[in-house]
Design a protein around this ligand. Structure first.
Ligand code: FES
Length: 86
């Protein structure tokens, strides 16, 4: 099983990432780290403690702290992420 992940920058209006990845349970990576591993500079000043709220993204139109969402726990197979400042 696979899932499609699309990332759009709201400020630039550009599609920044579009990839299909295997749907794996318990990968242990949060959305912020996943995006950073794909060269997207997600802001943070609390290093993922869930305090600063700088890592806020829109995940399928819902605001979430990307450091608090595990990629493996996202239920949708079509994942659309929008980042305001990119
Ligand atoms: S990195 Fe600070 S709240 Fe997510």
């Amino acid at each position: 099983m696979f899932r499609k992940i699309t990332v759009k920058g709201k400020a630039s209006g550009k599609e920044l990432l579009n990839q299909t990845i295997p749907k794996v349970k318990n990968t242990g990576i949060c959305l912020m780290d996943y995006l950073r591993n794909n060269s997207l500079p997600i802001a943070s000043s609390c290093l993922g403690e869930g305090v600063c709220q700088k890592c806020l993204v829109h995940l399928n139109k819902k605001k979430v702290l990307s450091c608090q969402v595990m990629v493996s726990e996202i239920e949708n197979d079509d994942i659309f992420i929008e980042v305001d400042y990119l």
